[in-house]
Structure formats: structure tokens, C-alpha cells
Design a protein around this ligand. Structure first.
Ligand code: CTP
Ligand code: CA
Length: 233
């Protein structure tokens, strides 16, 4: 796509995008993390900015990629920090896109000093506490009237299992989360079974379902923003 062919359809819009994975500390040197690269969220931020949006990128841990130019970047570490930043910046935003891999659980306690071997209190397990769901919180805030007119987009990586295929799980997640759009990536070995070359779907709360063909993260970002446009207030 030529640069001059990029639509400027998001001019004047304010969009909050999360990217990367959160890290949940257990002591000053250790954490529980995940394999999110941050690439998809960064691609969304870049393309949204190219299309004219004022973008706030709330970034967790990434593989060391450079944030796009012309984007306000806020770096966070934990799910709690990400939630606080999202809640703050979502106010008055036209859209929030939760591309980040938010840790579902954090170590219940964080040791102030490094946990040492042979110290007599070596842990044989790590108690975990569930993190709050940032996306569900946004949906709830909108229902409660604290967040008006903000379009809320979720991401999900799904595999099929013995109970249901990817799409069935994804539809249930869209219902459960109550967001306006859910970007579904089919992951895992079973996927060729269910999806014939498609890497995922874009599910709308209005029942629309669009297959997403395999392509670059920038292309996927464009598809997501294309679907977002008509939902903006
Ligand atoms: N998400 C969030 N806060 C969390 C967990 C997830 O905002 N504590 C967001 C993610 O950023 C993503 C969406 O919710 O946009 C779906 O995440 P996913 O992990 O697929 O959903 P979960 O509800 O955590 O379900 P699962 O048990 O499948 O992990
Ligand atoms: Ca999760």
C-alpha cells in the first residue's frame, strides 16, 4: 500500500492501545511473564497514527521493538499498573484496543528481598491471586455510564479443544467480555482443521463475523481499524 493511499479516517480521534505482556513480580529479581512480543499492538498504534488518530500506547514488556513515532508511549510493568493507566486514559477516548497479554494471575505476595536458596523458607509453590480484568472493567464502566461512547476492542488467542472449536470459544468470549469487537487469533496445532488458511476472525457484538486471512501485523491492524471506524460515535 502506498503511503498516500492510507486513509486519514481517524483524524481527530483519540485511541488508547495496549501492547506487550505484563510481568508480575515475586521478588526484586523474579517475575511471572508471558511470550507476548508487543508487535501487534505496536502495529496497531503505528497504523492508527498514520490514519490520523492521536494514539496513547500503553506498553508492557515487548521484545525490544521501537515504539512508533508520533505516538504517546507509557511504559508499565504489571497488570495493576496497566489497568490504572488504561482507566485513566480511556476517559474521553474514542476507542480502547486491548492488544496486550495481561497476566491473569500475580504472585500473592512479593518478597522485599531476593528469595534465597537454603534460607529455610524455600517456597515449593507460588500462591497466585487473580488480576482484575481490565477489559471487563471498561465494559462495566461504560454500562455504569462512567465511560460514554468509547468503543472497546478485545483480543483473544484461542485453540480448539475437546469441547469446542476456536470460533465457538471466541463467540463465548465475546459474549462474556461484552466488548464491541473481538480479534481472534487461532493458535495451536489444531488450527488447520478448523480454519482453512485463515488465521483468525474479527467478531462484532452485532453478530458480524469476518475471517482474517494470513497477513502481516500491519495488515491485520488495518482490518481492525477498518471495522472500528463505523462503530465510532
Ligand atoms: N484482558 C484484560 N485483563 C485481564 C486479562 C485479559 O483486559 N486481566 C484482556 C486482554 O487484553 C484481551 C482480552 O482481555 O484483550 C482477552 O484476553 P484473554 O486472555 O483471551 O481472555 P481471558 O478472559 O483472560 O480468558 P482466558 O481464560 O482464555 O485467558
Ligand atoms: Ca487470559
Amino acid at each position: 500500500e502506498r503511503a498516500d493511499a492510507i486513509p486519514r479516517d481517524l483524524t481527530g480521534r483519540r485511541v488508547v492501545i495496549t501492547a506487550g505482556g505484563t510481568r508480575e513480580p515475586m521478588d526484586p529479581v523474579r517475575f511471572i511473564g508471558n511470550r507476548s512480543s508487543g508487535k501487534q499492538g505496536y502495529a496497531l498504534a503505528r497504523v492508527a497514527a498514520q490514519r490520523g488518530a492521536q494514539v496513547t500506547l500503553i506498553a508492557g514488556n515487548t521484545i525490544g521493538i521501537e515504539p512508533p513515532a508520533a505516538v504517546d508511549v507509557l511504559h508499565v510493568t504489571t497488570a495493576e499498573q496497566m489497568g490504572t493507566a488504561v482507566d485513566k486514559h480511556a476517559v474521553g477516548a474514542d476507542a480502547v484496543i486491548m492488544a496486550a497479554a495481561v497476566a491473569d494471575f500475580r504472585p500473592t505476595t512479593v518478597a522485599v528481598a531476593k528469595i534465597k536458596k537454603g534460607s529455610g523458607n524455600e517456597p515449593d509453590s507460588i500462591p497466585l491471586t487473580k488480576n482484575r480484568d481490565i477489559l471487563a472493567g471498561l465494559v462495566q464502566a461504560r454500562r455504569d455510564g462512567q465511560l460514554t461512547g468509547t468503543v472497546i476492542v478485545g483480543f483473544a488467542a484461542e485453540t480448539g479443544d475437546e469441547h469446542a472449536d476456536v470460533l465457538t470459544h471466541a463467540r463465548a468470549k465475546l459474549q462474556r467480555k461484552g466488548c464491541d469487537l473481538l480479534v481472534v487469533n487461532a493458535v495451536g496445532e489444531g488450527r488447520a482443521f478448523e480454519v482453512d488458511n485463515n488465521d483468525g476472525w474479527l467478531l462484532g457484538a452485532d453478530g458480524t463475523e469476518q475471517a482474517l486471512d494470513h497477513g502481516s501485523k500491519a495488515l491485520l491492524a488495518s482490518r481492525v481499524l477498518d471495522a472500528l471506524g463505523p462503530l465510532l460515535r
